[in-house]
Each structure stands twice: as structure tokens, then as C-alpha cells.
Design a protein around this ligand. Structure first.
Ligand code: CU
Length: 199
């Protein structure tokens, strides 16, 4: 190889190595960020349950918590998701001994403890419904990185609806984040994932 060709060749190898190193670094960094982000989701809260009792995350220690954020006036996503959670628990009854399904409202203005009690009662006696002051709910939404926004409905008796997002979050008996599920998972898939993650 003439010296000039050889120099170009070596330079190309050096560039390729630098690109590969950069790619690996980016991959490792993004993985670390995803892991770090997951670990930061959730945490402490102080809310009121469907019986009007004050509760914190510590009251759930020793059991898994399956948390979903929604509101009782939701026309579709919330009732459908809660029904799938109820059906998944019915499909694997052993889960009920280890896990408490929890609905945290994104609409504390209308979802009083009494309203929450009636609503979660539709899905099963094991469901807990948590509400609080607007400030308490805002703090929880922020900690769990859940998007929720009031949307006026001028032509409806409801007055407004809530635009909201969020996953179904699983926390372990020690309060640590385990995983999150897509709320659109069907009953079979959700039951299988829960069986895998709850032990
Ligand atoms: Cu909803």
C-alpha cells in the first residue's frame, strides 16, 4: 500500500472507531436515563380514600399497588381500563392476595370520596379510590409524571372533561417501582404480565 493510501486507510479506521465508540456511549447513556427516569416515577403521597380516611403510600407497604390515574366521569378509557384490570385479577385470583388496584383521580373537584366509593365499587371490593385537594392531586400527578388537563365542554351539562394520559404503574411491597403497563393491554396480556411481575 503506498504511504498516502495507507494514511487515508488508517484515518478511515480511526473515524470508524470513533463513530462506534460514540454510538456505544449514546446507547449506554440513553439506557441509563430510561432506568433512572423509571426509578424516579412515583413516591410519597398523602391522599384521602373512598371512606374518607387519610392514606399515604406507607399504608400499602407489604402489598403490591397497581395504580391507574383517571376520573369517574371519563366516558371510555378509564372505565375500560379499570374493567380490564378487574377481569385480569379475576382471571388470576391469587393476585388479589398480593396486590391492591388503586384509582387516583385527576379530577378532585368532582371526585369526592363518596363519588369515588360508588365508582370503584363497580369494579370490585378490592379497588381503592384515592382523591384529595387540588394541591395534593397536583403533587401526585407531578411525581408520577401523569399529564392531566381540564377541557371545557360548553355544550354539555358536565361543564368540563379531563384530558389525561398515564400508564398503569406497578409498585412492589417495599414501595419501589416495578414496571408500567400500557393501559390498552388486553385482559389476557395484562394478566400474564401481572403474573410475571407479582410474586
Ligand atoms: Cu379517562
Amino acid at each position: 500500500m503506498p504511504p498516502r493510501t495507507r494514511a487515508v486507510f488508517l484515518a478511515l479506521i480511526a473515524i470508524a472507531a470513533a463513530v462506534a465508540t460514540a454510538a456505544v456511549t449514546i446507547l449506554l447513556t440513553s439506557e441509563r436515563q430510561v432506568g433512572g427516569q423509571a426509578a424516579q416515577v412515583g413516591g410519597a403521597f398523602a391522599l384521602t380514600d373512598q371512606d374518607g380516611k387519610r392514606v399515604t403510600e406507607a399504608d400499602f407497604r407489604g402489598r403490591y399497588m397497581l395504580i391507574f390515574f383517571g376520573f369517574t366521569n371519563c366516558p371510555d378509557v378509564c372505565p375500560m381500563t379499570l374493567q380490564r384490570i378487574a377481569d385480569a385479577l379475576d382471571a388470576v385470583p391469587a393476585l388479589k392476595e398480593r396486590l391492591t388496584p388503586v384509582l387516583i383521580t385527576v379530577d378532585p373537584e368532582r371526585d369526592t370520596p363518596a363519588v369515588m366509593k360508588e365508582y370503584v365499587g363497580f369494579f370490585g371490593p378490592e379497588f381503592r379510590g384515592l382523591t384529595g385537594t387540588q394541591a395534593e392531586i397536583d403533587a401526585v400527578l407531578k411525581a408520577y409524571k401523569v399529564y392531566a388537563k381540564k377541557v371545557p365542554l360548553p355544550d354539555s351539562a358536565l361543564g368540563y372533561t379531563m384530558d389525561h394520559g398515564g400508564l398503569i404503574y406497578l409498585y412492589g411491597p417495599d414501595g419501589a417501582f416495578v414496571t408500567a403497563y400500557d393501559p390498552s393491554l388486553d385482559v389476557t396480556a395484562l394478566a400474564a404480565r401481572l403474573k410475571e411481575n407479582v410474586n
